[in-house]
Design a protein around this ligand. Structure first.
Ligand code: C2E
Ligand code: MG
Ligand code: MG
Ligand code: MG
Length: 285
Protein backbone atom coordinates (compact mmCIF):
# COMPACT_ATOMS: atom_id res chain seq x y z
CA UNK A 1 0.00 0.00 0.00
CA UNK A 2 1.00 3.50 -0.72
CA UNK A 3 1.06 4.38 2.93
CA UNK A 4 3.56 1.63 3.72
CA UNK A 5 5.68 2.52 0.76
CA UNK A 6 5.72 6.09 1.97
CA UNK A 7 6.78 4.93 5.38
CA UNK A 8 9.57 2.80 3.98
CA UNK A 9 10.81 5.65 1.90
CA UNK A 10 10.81 7.82 4.95
CA UNK A 11 12.79 5.25 6.93
CA UNK A 12 15.23 4.84 4.10
CA UNK A 13 15.93 8.55 3.91
CA UNK A 14 16.18 8.95 7.63
CA UNK A 15 18.75 6.12 7.81
CA UNK A 16 20.74 7.76 5.04
CA UNK A 17 20.56 11.00 6.91
CA UNK A 18 21.80 9.38 10.07
CA UNK A 19 24.78 7.88 8.30
CA UNK A 20 25.43 11.25 6.72
CA UNK A 21 25.21 13.15 9.99
CA UNK A 22 27.36 10.56 11.76
CA UNK A 23 30.05 11.07 9.16
CA UNK A 24 29.70 14.81 9.55
CA UNK A 25 29.98 14.47 13.28
CA UNK A 26 33.09 12.31 13.04
CA UNK A 27 34.64 14.74 10.59
CA UNK A 28 33.73 17.66 12.80
CA UNK A 29 35.32 16.10 15.84
CA UNK A 30 38.57 15.29 14.04
CA UNK A 31 38.55 18.76 12.50
CA UNK A 32 38.20 20.15 15.99
CA UNK A 33 41.58 18.72 16.95
CA UNK A 34 43.27 19.37 13.62
CA UNK A 35 44.88 22.61 14.75
CA UNK A 36 46.59 21.26 17.84
CA UNK A 37 47.56 18.08 15.99
CA UNK A 38 49.16 20.37 13.40
CA UNK A 39 47.32 18.72 10.53
CA UNK A 40 46.38 21.96 8.78
CA UNK A 41 48.66 23.46 6.19
CA UNK A 42 48.63 26.15 3.55
CA UNK A 43 49.41 25.93 -0.09
CA UNK A 44 50.12 29.11 -2.05
CA UNK A 45 49.08 29.86 -5.60
CA UNK A 46 50.71 32.66 -7.57
CA UNK A 47 48.69 35.54 -8.97
CA UNK A 48 50.61 36.60 -12.02
CA UNK A 49 50.95 39.75 -14.07
CA UNK A 50 50.80 37.82 -17.32
CA UNK A 51 52.00 40.75 -19.37
CA UNK A 52 55.41 40.63 -17.79
CA UNK A 53 55.35 37.10 -16.34
CA UNK A 54 55.86 38.30 -12.78
CA UNK A 55 54.25 36.98 -9.60
CA UNK A 56 52.49 39.87 -7.86
CA UNK A 57 50.81 38.00 -5.03
CA UNK A 58 50.16 34.58 -3.55
CA UNK A 59 46.78 33.26 -2.48
CA UNK A 60 46.89 31.12 0.66
CA UNK A 61 44.71 28.02 0.25
CA UNK A 62 43.93 25.75 3.16
CA UNK A 63 44.60 22.00 3.19
CA UNK A 64 44.06 19.32 5.81
CA UNK A 65 46.52 16.47 6.11
CA UNK A 66 44.10 13.94 7.58
CA UNK A 67 45.62 10.85 9.26
CA UNK A 68 43.40 8.42 7.30
CA UNK A 69 42.00 10.41 4.39
CA UNK A 70 45.24 11.98 3.21
CA UNK A 71 45.36 15.52 1.87
CA UNK A 72 41.82 16.92 2.04
CA UNK A 73 40.79 20.01 0.05
CA UNK A 74 38.88 22.92 1.57
CA UNK A 75 35.62 22.20 -0.28
CA UNK A 76 35.32 19.03 1.79
CA UNK A 77 35.68 20.62 5.20
CA UNK A 78 35.16 24.40 5.05
CA UNK A 79 31.35 23.91 5.04
CA UNK A 80 31.61 21.79 8.20
CA UNK A 81 33.95 24.32 9.73
CA UNK A 82 31.47 27.08 8.97
CA UNK A 83 28.45 25.22 10.32
CA UNK A 84 30.20 24.26 13.53
CA UNK A 85 31.85 27.62 14.14
CA UNK A 86 35.29 25.98 13.89
CA UNK A 87 36.00 28.34 11.01
CA UNK A 88 36.79 31.04 13.57
CA UNK A 89 39.83 29.34 15.18
CA UNK A 90 40.78 27.77 11.84
CA UNK A 91 40.54 31.13 10.05
CA UNK A 92 42.70 32.66 12.76
CA UNK A 93 45.28 29.92 12.23
CA UNK A 94 45.22 30.54 8.47
CA UNK A 95 45.80 34.28 8.82
CA UNK A 96 48.53 33.84 11.37
CA UNK A 97 50.34 31.16 9.38
CA UNK A 98 50.08 33.10 6.12
CA UNK A 99 51.38 36.31 7.71
CA UNK A 100 54.25 34.44 9.36
CA UNK A 101 55.20 32.90 6.03
CA UNK A 102 54.75 36.24 4.26
CA UNK A 103 57.05 37.92 6.73
CA UNK A 104 59.64 35.16 6.23
CA UNK A 105 59.51 35.83 2.48
CA UNK A 106 59.91 39.55 3.07
CA UNK A 107 62.90 38.94 5.28
CA UNK A 108 64.37 36.77 2.56
CA UNK A 109 64.04 39.76 0.21
CA UNK A 110 60.86 38.84 -1.68
CA UNK A 111 58.51 41.78 -2.05
CA UNK A 112 55.40 39.61 -2.17
CA UNK A 113 51.76 40.36 -1.34
CA UNK A 114 49.36 37.80 0.13
CA UNK A 115 45.66 37.17 -0.28
CA UNK A 116 43.70 35.18 2.29
CA UNK A 117 40.11 33.91 2.09
CA UNK A 118 37.83 35.12 4.84
CA UNK A 119 34.59 33.39 5.78
CA UNK A 120 31.43 35.42 6.39
CA UNK A 121 31.38 34.04 9.89
CA UNK A 122 34.84 35.47 10.59
CA UNK A 123 34.04 38.98 9.47
CA UNK A 124 31.11 39.25 11.88
CA UNK A 125 33.14 38.09 14.88
CA UNK A 126 33.11 41.02 17.31
CA UNK A 127 36.89 40.93 17.83
CA UNK A 128 37.94 40.37 14.22
CA UNK A 129 39.65 43.76 13.85
CA UNK A 130 41.62 43.43 17.08
CA UNK A 131 42.48 39.86 16.23
CA UNK A 132 43.88 40.73 12.78
CA UNK A 133 45.69 43.73 14.19
CA UNK A 134 47.28 41.43 16.74
CA UNK A 135 48.38 38.93 14.09
CA UNK A 136 49.95 41.72 12.00
CA UNK A 137 51.85 43.18 14.91
CA UNK A 138 53.04 39.79 16.19
CA UNK A 139 54.20 38.55 12.81
CA UNK A 140 55.44 41.92 11.58
CA UNK A 141 53.77 41.40 8.21
CA UNK A 142 52.79 44.82 6.77
CA UNK A 143 49.03 45.31 6.43
CA UNK A 144 49.53 46.98 3.03
CA UNK A 145 50.65 43.63 1.64
CA UNK A 146 47.54 41.79 2.79
CA UNK A 147 44.32 41.38 0.80
CA UNK A 148 41.29 39.63 2.25
CA UNK A 149 39.02 37.79 -0.18
CA UNK A 150 35.31 37.80 0.57
CA UNK A 151 32.32 36.59 -1.43
CA UNK A 152 29.38 38.58 -2.73
CA UNK A 153 26.90 36.72 -0.58
CA UNK A 154 28.64 37.99 2.50
CA UNK A 155 28.31 41.57 1.35
CA UNK A 156 24.62 41.09 0.66
CA UNK A 157 23.64 39.29 3.83
CA UNK A 158 24.62 42.06 6.18
CA UNK A 159 25.67 45.07 4.14
CA UNK A 160 25.84 47.79 6.82
CA UNK A 161 27.85 45.79 9.32
CA UNK A 162 30.05 44.36 6.60
CA UNK A 163 30.92 47.78 5.20
CA UNK A 164 31.77 48.97 8.69
CA UNK A 165 34.10 46.05 9.34
CA UNK A 166 35.75 46.40 5.97
CA UNK A 167 36.30 50.08 6.62
CA UNK A 168 37.87 49.38 10.03
CA UNK A 169 40.23 46.86 8.47
CA UNK A 170 41.06 49.18 5.60
CA UNK A 171 42.17 51.75 8.14
CA UNK A 172 44.86 49.29 9.10
CA UNK A 173 45.95 49.26 5.45
CA UNK A 174 44.37 45.94 4.46
CA UNK A 175 42.82 45.58 0.99
CA UNK A 176 39.72 43.68 -0.09
CA UNK A 177 38.85 41.50 -3.06
CA UNK A 178 35.51 40.07 -4.10
CA UNK A 179 36.09 36.37 -4.76
CA UNK A 180 34.23 34.24 -7.33
CA UNK A 181 32.70 37.40 -8.76
CA UNK A 182 29.59 36.78 -10.84
CA UNK A 183 28.42 33.62 -9.05
CA UNK A 184 26.73 35.21 -6.05
CA UNK A 185 23.60 37.22 -5.62
CA UNK A 186 24.98 40.70 -5.39
CA UNK A 187 23.45 43.60 -7.18
CA UNK A 188 25.93 45.54 -9.24
CA UNK A 189 25.15 48.70 -7.32
CA UNK A 190 26.91 47.12 -4.36
CA UNK A 191 30.18 47.36 -6.17
CA UNK A 192 29.90 51.12 -5.85
CA UNK A 193 28.92 50.98 -2.19
CA UNK A 194 31.57 48.57 -1.06
CA UNK A 195 35.08 49.78 -0.35
CA UNK A 196 36.86 47.10 -2.34
CA UNK A 197 40.01 47.07 -4.44
CA UNK A 198 39.80 43.97 -6.56
CA UNK A 199 37.37 41.74 -8.46
CA UNK A 200 38.22 38.11 -9.02
CA UNK A 201 36.34 36.78 -12.05
CA UNK A 202 35.07 33.32 -11.18
CA UNK A 203 36.70 30.51 -13.05
CA UNK A 204 33.36 29.12 -14.24
CA UNK A 205 33.27 31.99 -16.76
CA UNK A 206 36.83 31.40 -17.89
CA UNK A 207 36.08 27.78 -18.72
CA UNK A 208 34.31 28.65 -21.96
CA UNK A 209 36.76 31.36 -23.04
CA UNK A 210 37.35 31.95 -25.90
CA UNK A 211 35.14 29.37 -27.72
CA UNK A 212 31.86 29.95 -25.90
CA UNK A 213 30.58 33.36 -26.91
CA UNK A 214 28.45 33.79 -23.76
CA UNK A 215 31.33 33.06 -21.38
CA UNK A 216 33.59 35.31 -23.41
CA UNK A 217 31.04 38.13 -23.40
CA UNK A 218 30.53 37.86 -19.64
CA UNK A 219 34.25 37.76 -18.97
CA UNK A 220 35.01 40.81 -21.10
CA UNK A 221 32.05 42.68 -19.61
CA UNK A 222 33.28 42.04 -16.05
CA UNK A 223 36.81 43.08 -17.02
CA UNK A 224 35.55 46.30 -18.64
CA UNK A 225 33.27 47.13 -15.73
CA UNK A 226 36.04 46.49 -13.19
CA UNK A 227 38.42 48.74 -15.09
CA UNK A 228 35.84 51.52 -15.36
CA UNK A 229 35.24 51.30 -11.63
CA UNK A 230 39.03 51.53 -11.20
CA UNK A 231 39.23 48.10 -9.60
CA UNK A 232 41.95 45.54 -10.14
CA UNK A 233 40.59 42.56 -12.01
CA UNK A 234 42.04 39.09 -11.55
CA UNK A 235 40.94 36.21 -13.77
CA UNK A 236 40.72 32.92 -11.84
CA UNK A 237 41.26 29.48 -13.31
CA UNK A 238 43.33 30.40 -16.36
CA UNK A 239 44.42 27.08 -17.86
CA UNK A 240 45.26 27.73 -21.51
CA UNK A 241 47.28 30.15 -23.61
CA UNK A 242 44.08 30.98 -25.55
CA UNK A 243 42.42 32.18 -22.35
CA UNK A 244 45.52 34.15 -21.49
CA UNK A 245 45.59 35.83 -24.92
CA UNK A 246 41.90 36.66 -24.74
CA UNK A 247 42.32 38.27 -21.31
CA UNK A 248 45.34 40.31 -22.33
CA UNK A 249 43.37 41.60 -25.33
CA UNK A 250 40.60 42.72 -22.96
CA UNK A 251 43.21 44.54 -20.91
CA UNK A 252 43.18 42.06 -18.02
CA UNK A 253 46.74 41.19 -17.09
CA UNK A 254 46.33 39.76 -13.60
CA UNK A 255 45.68 36.03 -13.74
CA UNK A 256 45.69 32.98 -11.54
CA UNK A 257 45.47 29.40 -12.73
CA UNK A 258 47.11 26.10 -13.53
CA UNK A 259 48.55 27.64 -16.71
CA UNK A 260 50.98 29.49 -14.48
CA UNK A 261 51.21 27.48 -11.28
CA UNK A 262 49.13 25.21 -9.08
CA UNK A 263 48.75 25.87 -5.37
CA UNK A 264 51.84 24.41 -3.69
CA UNK A 265 53.74 24.32 -0.39
CA UNK A 266 55.69 27.40 0.68
CA UNK A 267 59.09 25.81 0.04
CA UNK A 268 58.22 25.13 -3.57
CA UNK A 269 56.83 28.62 -4.08
CA UNK A 270 60.08 30.12 -2.83
CA UNK A 271 61.90 28.82 -5.87
CA UNK A 272 59.20 30.24 -8.16
CA UNK A 273 59.66 33.65 -6.60
CA UNK A 274 63.19 33.76 -7.98
CA UNK A 275 62.07 33.98 -11.58
CA UNK A 276 59.24 34.55 -13.94
CA UNK A 277 56.50 31.99 -13.91
CA UNK A 278 54.39 29.99 -16.28
CA UNK A 279 54.23 28.85 -19.83
CA UNK A 280 53.39 32.19 -21.32
CA UNK A 281 56.21 34.44 -20.18
CA UNK A 282 57.04 34.80 -23.86
CA UNK A 283 54.10 37.16 -24.08
CA UNK A 284 56.07 39.64 -22.03
CA UNK A 285 58.29 40.64 -24.91
P1 C2E B 1 38.88 30.23 -4.17
O1 C2E B 1 39.24 31.20 -3.10
O2 C2E B 1 38.11 30.74 -5.31
O3 C2E B 1 40.28 29.62 -4.63
C1 C2E B 1 40.58 29.23 -5.93
C2 C2E B 1 40.35 27.75 -6.12
O4 C2E B 1 40.49 27.42 -7.51
C3 C2E B 1 41.38 26.88 -5.39
O5 C2E B 1 40.74 25.66 -5.02
C4 C2E B 1 42.39 26.61 -6.50
O6 C2E B 1 43.16 25.44 -6.30
C5 C2E B 1 41.50 26.45 -7.70
N1 C2E B 1 42.18 26.76 -8.95
C6 C2E B 1 43.13 27.67 -9.17
N2 C2E B 1 43.51 27.69 -10.46
C7 C2E B 1 42.78 26.75 -11.08
C8 C2E B 1 42.72 26.29 -12.44
O7 C2E B 1 43.43 26.76 -13.33
N3 C2E B 1 41.82 25.30 -12.71
C9 C2E B 1 41.02 24.76 -11.74
N4 C2E B 1 40.19 23.79 -12.10
N5 C2E B 1 41.07 25.17 -10.46
C10 C2E B 1 41.92 26.16 -10.13
P2 C2E B 1 40.89 25.08 -3.54
O8 C2E B 1 42.28 25.28 -3.04
O9 C2E B 1 40.33 23.70 -3.57
O10 C2E B 1 39.94 26.01 -2.69
C11 C2E B 1 38.56 25.99 -2.90
C12 C2E B 1 37.87 27.07 -2.12
O11 C2E B 1 37.95 26.84 -0.72
C13 C2E B 1 38.47 28.45 -2.31
O12 C2E B 1 38.06 28.99 -3.55
C14 C2E B 1 37.94 29.18 -1.11
O13 C2E B 1 36.61 29.60 -1.34
C15 C2E B 1 37.92 28.07 -0.06
N6 C2E B 1 39.10 28.22 0.80
C16 C2E B 1 40.37 27.82 0.60
N7 C2E B 1 41.17 28.15 1.63
C17 C2E B 1 40.38 28.81 2.53
C18 C2E B 1 40.61 29.43 3.81
O14 C2E B 1 41.73 29.49 4.32
N8 C2E B 1 39.53 29.99 4.43
C19 C2E B 1 38.28 29.98 3.84
N9 C2E B 1 37.28 30.55 4.51
N10 C2E B 1 38.04 29.43 2.64
C20 C2E B 1 39.06 28.85 1.99
MG1 MG C 1 39.93 33.01 -3.01
MG1 MG D 1 37.71 32.31 -6.30
MG1 MG E 1 36.01 29.48 -5.90
Amino acid sequence: RAKDAGKNTYQFFSEQMNIHSLQQLALESSLRSSIEREELLLHYQPIVDAKVGRITALEALLRWQHPDMGLVGPMQFIPIAEESGLIVPIGHWVLQTACQQGQAWHQAGYDIALTVNLSPRQLIEPDIVASIEDILSKTGFPAEYLTLEITEDLMMSNPEETVERIEDLRQLGIKFAVDDFGTGYSSLSYLKKFPIDTLKVDRSFLQGVPDDSDDSAITSAIVAMGKNLRLNVIAEGVETSEQCDFLLKQGCRLMQGYAFAKPQPAEEVSSLLDGTVGTFQVLAS
